[in-house]
Design a protein around this ligand. Structure first.
Ligand SMILES: Nc1ncnc2c1ncn2[C@@H]1O[C@H](COP(=O)(O)OP(=O)(O)OP(=O)(O)O)[C@@H](O)[C@H]1O
Ligand SMILES: [Mg+2]
Length: 242
């Protein structure tokens, strides 16, 4: 397994936010982590990225392993640089006062694999997201919400990641743009990228993911291949509108 979360218990102060969750993501998979507001989805992603509190809570039990090695003592920048994992955070967090090009460029500054590879990745991002290519010089805060979401994904790609964690990429996107974004993610996955996607929109996520887990107030309550989850009566009732 590429990424294994085992019996993970985490706390914000005295409040336990994850009560011992276990799940895994294999190389080349798209895995969806579903759940309602406050279920602990963002907490899970922040824990994997090894962000320090208050963003990520304190791990009190369990383990997070990458290629079989515990990463509990790994620094966040090493999660990005050495494990080539990256997070597209909730609410996007792009630099509004910088241009589209500058936002992408900033993501490459820690790369050591040479300008040629960086240039190739610029081309790739601009061909995946032609809207960004058309708006290269535009100040990012004037992009539409959907374009900002694409820029956030593009930025993760520019940092040269093999594993991408996305926190509610469909948030605020019109259906057409949402499907466009998920199709792009599928394409990236077919090129070899491993994807863990957090979503409240279970319908769209399960359409694209290979497998899924349902998180409910800090516990995994259902799991399985996407097709099976979509047919699960409980999942249908709670997350797919009947
Ligand atoms: N920094 C923090 N300090 C204290 N409690 C927190 C902190 N961040 C999150 N929590 C709590 O942990 C629980 C899980 O929150 P989390 O943000 O992981 O949920 P989520 O599934 O991402 O929800 P949403 O879909 O609304 O983004 C919630 O009860 C939340 O109030
Ligand atoms: Mg969240």
């Amino acid at each position: 397994m590429l990424l294994e979360i085992e019996n993970l218990k985490v706390r914000y102060g005295t409040i336990e936010a994850l009560h011992g969750i276990s799940f895994s993501v294999d190389k080349g998979e798209i895995v969806a982590l579903l759940g309602a507001n406050g279920a602990g989805k963002t907490t899970t992603l922040h824990s994997i990225m090894r962000l320090p509190p208050p963003e990520a809570p304190k791990v009190v039990e369990g383990d997070i392993r990458f290629r079989g090695q515990s990463i509990l003592t790994t620094e966040p920048y090493d999660v990005v640089r050495k494990m080539n994992m990256n997070l597209v955070p909730e609410g996007r967090h792009i630099f509004g006062n910088l241009s589209v090009y500058e936002n992408l460029w900033i993501a490459t500054t820690a790369r050591t694999d040479g300008q040629e590879n960086i240039d190739k990745d610029f081309e790739r991002v601009f061909s995946l997201f032609p809207r960004l290519a058309e708006r290269k010089r535009q100040q990012s805060e004037s992009l539409s919400g959907g374009e900002q979401q694409m820029l956030a994904v593009g930025r993760a790609l520019m940092s040269k990641c093999d594993v991408i964690l996305l926190d509610e990429p469909s948030m605020g996107l019109a259906p057409l743009l949402m499907y466009e974004l998920f199709r792009t993610l599928k394409q990236l996955n077919e090129e070899g990228m491993t994807i863990l996607v957090v979503e409240q929109n279970a319908r769209v996520a399960l359409q694209f993911a290979h497998r899924g887990y349902v998180l409910d107030t800090g516990e995994i309550v259902a799991e399985g291949p996407s097709a099976t989850l979509m047919e699960d009566p409980e999942v249908k009732k709670a997350y797919l509108g009947g």
